[in-house]
Ligand binder design. Structure first.
Ligand code: ATP
Length: 511
């Protein structure tokens, strides 16, 4: 664990040093759980958005985009249930005065038991060597079975307590499990209380209950209230989807772990409207589609896992998370939810407007069911940083920091470096950039020796470095260096565009 926490620290330091992510308003000592994306972060973020938008909207004939306002009529949030039910169960430790989400404390306890199971398995592997059959061991070993039973018992009790809003039992469960505050080590807990996560503000200059409006806690509702607008104006036929990227706000209590959990963050959501009864088929379809989107990036396959929800939200009949192995361990990166007709039905009731679809194929009208995919852009950003960031020891014993960001997502695609600041090399370098910059984000760098410049590009994840030298001036060839292999090749300037395109194109991820 310590090594992993160190890794998160290294990533945070690196992200700041090179201009990916800064603490917000840092000159005033920052604002907790709020971050700014710097010059490289803004590029990487845009590239992730673009990858998502292409894959979800432009590659699917029956999905269209939307850009709804952050402010919405307050009744929206009554209808969606957020005014009454968007609560986290919180518990304070009386000694450290720290506040925790009760369910998160319990989940973390369960993770510890899982870690013990993994230890048993590792021991088994050592003992039995090549003869070891892991699945058989997991299914029969008494220690493993006992721990699995323990986990199931805890999960069942937590699910019941959450579903019945039995806050007293949630507290008893924490006490029975002997969970201590990670900070103070004490088991001196307050009662569990519910806390609403929405930020509110006032509209115009009039204050008072009637003018209270909320900052949206999810982008989804902007899609639901526009369901018929889009369907009619776009002549959409079910099944179809509406996708949106935008900011969301939650007054998170336990906001920590860098950009993983923030109070202002960005979501990329898609709501897919289907015929009632067909939602499970589409739920499976989108689970499959989304995990493929992630795996196309070429990161370690074992960094992803599905996790079915223990407690279904009030609107869902099936829900799973795609969890990612962040430096803090496996955590939710994306949710895929079958939301039934809950939202549209609620909006019908609260607005008094019909939100039905007439289905010509079955000659009937109905409120569609919805399958949603919802991913946090900032969490995706952290996933990319944490899989890409490496400190390598090279053959000659020296070390380098390299960000092996998938080339299609890299902030800069190519750096063009004149070997010397004279004899026309800078001019030729700039001429090369002029030929490339419409299609690729390029960087020019003439400071320091060439080795240092390569290292700088490695550290920000630029897939290619092109060096202009004496030879270039006479025969219009340059060297092109690959970030990952560090191999250099001499190529003609005329071929650069095609070489770069082949490696950095989104086609590599989308096809
Ligand atoms: P968690 O259990 O981690 O609080 P959630 O289940 O509340 O997340 P959803 O409501 O399903 O999250 O939101 C969809 C996605 O939005 C999440 O998968 C996550 O990537 C992102 N997200 C949610 N809350 C935050 C936050 N505070 N900061 C950054 N991203 C967030």
């Amino acid at each position: 664990m310590a090594a992993q926490e160190d890794k998160l620290k290294d990533i945070i330091g690196h992200a700041k040093e090179y201009g990916f992510v800064f603490p917000s308003s840092e000159i005033y000592d920052g604002l907790s759980a709020t971050y700014d994306y710097g010059q490289l972060g803004a590029e990487l973020k845009n590239n992730i958005k673009n990858y998502w938008w292409k894959s979800m909207v432009q590659m699917n004939e029956n999905i269209v985009g939307l850009d709804a306002a952050i402010f919405m009529a307050p009744d929206t949030w009554k209808a969606s249930g957020h005014v009454d039910a968007f609560n986290d169960p919180l518990i304070d430790n009386k000694d450290s005065k720290k506040r925790y989400r009760a369910d998160v404390l319990i989940e973390e306890h369960i993770e510890k038991i899982r870690a013990k199971i993994d230890k048993d398995v590792t021991k088994g592997k050592k003992k039995f060597g090549d003869d070891f059959n892991e699945s058989e061991f997991r299914a029969t070993n008494p220690n493993v079975l006992r721990r699995e039973g323990e986990i199931k018992g805890i999960e069942d009790r937590m699910r019941n307590a959450l579903n019945n809003e039995d806050l007293a039992d949630l507290k008893s469960l924490i006490e029975d499990l002997g969970i201590a505050c990670p900070l103070s080590g004490s088991k001196n807990w307050t009662d569990v209380k519910q806390f609403n996560l929405m930020f509110s503000t006032e509209l115009g200059s009039v204050s008072g209950e009637s003018a209270k409006i909320y900052l949206r806690p999810e982008t989804a509702q902007g899609i639901f209230v526009n369901f018929l607008n889009v369907q009619k104006s776009g002549r959409m036929k079910i099944p179809f989807g509406i996708a949106q990227i935008g900011k969301a706000f939650r007054n998170e209590i336990v906001a920590r772990q860098f950009i993983f959990r923030m109070r202002e963050f960005e979501q990329m959501e898609m709501q897919f409207f289907v015929r009632p009864g067909e939602e499970m088929k589409w739920y499976e379809y989108w689970k499959e589609y989304r995990i493929k989107w992630h795996k196309a990036l070429g990161f370690d396959d074992t960094a992803y896992r599905f996790h079915d929800h223990i407690k279904l939200a009030h609107y869902a009949n099936a829900a799973a998370d795609i969890e990612f192995n962040f430096p803090m361990g496996f955590k939710e990166l994306e949710g895929i939810h079958s939301r039934t007709d809950f939202d549209l039905k609620q909006h019908e009731e609260h607005s008094g407007k019909k939100l039905r679809y007439f289905d010509p194929e079955i000659n009937d009208s109905y409120i569609p069911y919805v399958v949603e995919t919802s991913i946090g852009l900032d969490r995706m950003f952290l996933a990319v940083l944490s899989q890409s960031y490496k400190e390598e020891t090279l053959d000659d014993g020296s070390t380098r920091k390299v960000m092996s960001i998938p080339p299609a997502l890299a902030p800069y695609k190519v750096a063009v470096l004149p070997l010397m600041k004279k004899e026309g090399m800078p001019e030729l370098a700039r001429e090369i950039i002029d030929g490339l910059k419409i299609d690729f984000n390029c960087q020019y760098d003439e400071k320091d020796n060439i080795g240092k410049r390569y290292r700088r590009q490695d550290a920000i994840g630029t897939p290619f470095a092109v060096t202009v030298d004496h030879e270039s001036l006479t025969d219009r060839t340059v060297t092109i260096r690959d970030r990952d292999t560090m191999k250099q090749e001499r190529v003609s300037i005329a071929d650069l565009h095609a070489i770069i395109e082949k490696k950095v194109s989104l086609r590599n991820l989308l096809s």
